[in-house]
Design a binder for this molecule. Structure first.
Ligand code: ADE
Length: 244
């Protein structure tokens, strides 16, 4: 997968792409990152990328020319169609499902605006997707793009080892993940549930499913509304409700 970032603040990405899993993924050739300052594409002598809004009003608006040219430039370097993703609080809310969809693409281009709004022609004729990472406003799209890149790259085949399979992640299953414990079995009197030490795999699986349902019910009942419960899960949920 090729990932292009168009931003006015390229240095913001150095740490993120050069540490941990993202670094390993690019060293192993599973993904390549390129960060481009779209100011370099401004065709005016002051390298201006924004201007006052037509009709007046506060704030500046990102002009179409530098971004259209920057996207043309990075697109020309791959044969496949690219997704052009505009980071904006007005976009569709990012979810694990969207991460899975983007992970199937060969080329992603992220456009990060800073402070300013976007000229509407960028939204209508350049972007293929507009994404928000949540109902809050950031100073720019950079942090949002980092969040999305991180969640997409970890889904690419070969990026995570088997020990951290994305298949059982919270949200991928539609439920929150069950509680996890590691050694010691007794830490300052706080004990690991007996069932996990029992070696009985069927009982452990039932316990995990039940605790996953309990956690989802308590923390994210909205997820349960969209989840198709099987008969076993229905019975476990009944048990949980009767325990209260
Ligand atoms: N830019 C500013 N706020 C944002 C948000 N919540 N999501 C994506 N991009 C943004």
């Amino acid at each position: 997968m090729k990932i292009d970032i168009l931003t006015l603040f390229p240095d913001m990405f150095t740490g993120v792409f050069q540490e941990s899993i993202l670094k390993k993924a690019s060293e192993r050739g599973l993904v390549s990152f390129r960060v481009t300052n779209f100011r370099d594409f401004a065709d005016n002598k002051h390298r201006k990328v924004d201007d006052y809004p037509y009709g007046g009003g506060a704030g500046m608006v990102l002009m179409p020319q530098p971004l259209f040219d920057a996207v043309d430039h990075v697109k020309a370097q791959t044969a496949s169609d690219a997704r052009v993703i505009l980071m904006t609080p007005q976009g569709e809310r990012f979810t694990q499902k969207k991460a899975e969809e983007l992970a199937k693409e060969e080329h992603l281009i992220f456009i990060c605006g800073h402070y300013e709004g976007y000229d509407e022609r960028i939204r209508e004729h350049l972007a293929t997707d507009e994404i928000s990472i949540g109902d809050f406003v950031l100073t720019g799209g950079e942090l949002a793009a980092m969040v999305i890149v991180d969640s997409v790259v970890r889904l690419l085949p070969g990026v995570l080892g088997n020990e951290a399979s994305p298949v059982t992640d919270s949200f991928s299953t539609g439920l929150l993940e069950h509680p996890q414990y590691t050694r010691p079995a007794d830490f300052r009197g706080m004990k690991v549930p007996d069932v996990l030490l029992s070696g009985n795999h069927a009982r452990i699986e039932t316990w995990r499913k039940k605790e996953s349902l309990r956690r989802t019910l308590e923390r994210r009942p909205d997820l349960l509304e969209n989840y198709a419960l099987n008969e076993v899960e229905k019975a476990l949920l009944e048990e949980i409700k009767n325990e209260k």
